[in-house]
Design a protein around this ligand. Sequence first.
Ligand SMILES: [Zn+2]
Length: 65
Amino acid sequence: MYEMCVCSSTGSALVWHVAAKHGSRALCGQQLQASPDPPDAEAAPHCEPCMESFRSLMAEGTALE
Ligand SMILES: [Zn+2]
C-alpha cells in the first residue's frame, strides 16, 4: 500500500510525495520526516518523480499489494 505524504523538502516549499505505507522514504528517494499536517498542505503541488513512479506501479498492479 502507498500513501501520500506532504513534506517540505528543500527550503520551505511543501510537496506531496508518495511513499510506501510506514516507509521512511518517498518513491523519488526523498527522506520523509513525520510532520503535523500544515494548514496550507491542500495547495501544495505533487512531486512529479513520485507521481510517475506511482503510475508505473499502478500499471504493474503492484501498488495495491
Ligand atoms: Zn517525491
